[in-house]
Design a protein around this ligand. Structure first.
Ligand SMILES: *Cc1c(COP(=O)(O)O)cnc(C)c1O
Length: 371
């Protein structure tokens, strides 16, 4: 029996490298609350992303909840977003007492279909939360135009797009705010972690206070804040992983090219095309199966891979609008493209040191389903 292949595998620095990085903080006993590593890592991210404000968080989801809170939208406001995403995006909106309004996606890159946004705007719309899903970028320019025309805030869920650039500019720099996740399964991680990037200095200051109980100074608390701070051990992991990021992305690129060479042009299999002007981070490798043309459906392929100890992921299935916790609240049929893609997509194993032999084995199994 061949070894198990997981859908993802966290990138790790050398053990010694991490130990060196935490030595000072170990001795200093300053473990959290804006310590040396936190400040150093924040500065490194500003430099890497070429962005003026970076606020670190314990995880990406709390980052998203806190930036939504920081905008102080009226309760019950509507947020136009996508159901083709991880639970976090929709939950963050609902937990903030706002109402998600689902926009369909495009079948070319699975991002929000910008041509459908305007018809969803009402007097109650306060924001748009699009997702750069799989690291594919939304139509940033069209969404910016809509935001200006209707005075709506744009918060990008960029959990998948750390390291991605559009026309040489990092994805941290679009919209009113951008959320990154640094979860262990992402291209770049701090074990758990996340960040918000935004241009507005005042907003960034407020966010810093809101993530620390709203405390302004020892005798003044301005906001009913939460606790979402990143600790020093997370920041140290980020500092180490940032050193190896370009190597990580290059290795993922090689694996991705191998997949493409094996699977492109196969009848009934759709892959994402490279987007113009976008430098990718090769975060995921989604494959969409058309059972009528391919001869097997997504679930058949998933089962065949599972039988061989290979973990693919039905990512994203089901749509967030179909979750049990939202029963009777949304109608998934209103986003037919997202519904179809969620029923026919698989993301294949992808990580830096996945061998070409393993990619070939995975592809052989997939192509063998087609009988
Ligand atoms: C991972 C992820 C998040 C949440 O990030 P965490 O750091 O795990 O809290 C949000 N949105 C999307 C699309 C994600 O993939």
């Amino acid at each position: 029996m061949n070894d198990k292949i997981a859908v993802t595998r966290s990138s790790m620095p050398d053990f010694e490298e991490y130990c060196r990085e935490i030595k000072d903080l170990w001795d200093s006993r300053w473990l959290t609350n804006n310590g040396v590593k936190h400040r150093q890592f924040e500065q490194q991210l500003k430099d890497y992303l070429h962005t003026p404000n970076v606020t670190l968080f314990a995880n990406g989801h709390l980052a998203l909840e806190h930036i939504i809170e920081a905008f102080e939208f009226p309760e019950g406001g509507e947020v136009i977003t996508t159901p083709f995403t991880f639970a976090s995006t929709t939950h963050a909106i609902v937990r903030s007492r706002l109402n998600p309004v689902f926009c369909d996606i495009k079948s070319a890159d699975y991002t929000m279909d910008e041509s459908l946004i305007e018809e969803l705007i009402t007097d109650n719309t306060c924001a748009i939360i699009p997702v750069h899903v799989y690291g594919n970028l939304c139509n940033i320019e069209a969404i910016q135009n809509i935001s200006e025309k209707y005075s709506l805030k744009i918060i990008y869920d960029a959990a998948h797009s750390f390291g991605v650039q559009y026309k040489g500019i990092s994805t941290a720099n679009f919209g009113d705010a951008t959320m990154f996740s640094f979860h262990a399964t992402k291209v770049f991680h701090t074990i758990e972690g996340g960040a918000i990037c935004c241009k507005d200095e005042e907003l960034a200051h407020r966010l810093c206070e809101i993530k620390n109980f709203g405390i302004h100074n020892p005798e003044s608390t301005l906001y009913i804040g939460g606790n979402a701070k990143m600790n020093e051990f997370q920041a140290a992991m980020g500092i180490c992983n940032l050193r190896h990021l370009s190597d990580e992305i290059n290795k993922r690129k090689a694996v991705t090219k191998r997949y493409i060479s094996r699977l492109s042009g196969v009848e009934g299999i759709s892959l994402c095309d490279a987007q113009p002007d976008v430098q990718s981070n090769y975060a995921y490798f989604p494959v969409v199966f058309d059972p009528d043309k391919f001869g097997a459906d997504r679930d058949d392929v998933f089962a065949a891979l599972a039988e061989n100890n290979i973990g693919a992921r039905k990512y994203f299935y089901p749509l967030t609008s179909s979750f049990e916790c939202y029963r009777d609240r949304f109608n998934p049929n209103e986003t037919p493209v997202a519904l179809r893609i969620s029923q026919s997509v698989l993301t294949l194993p992808l990580y830096a040191d996945l061998s070409f032999d393993d990619v070939d084995r995975i592809c052989d199994i997939i192509l063998n389903c087609n009988k």
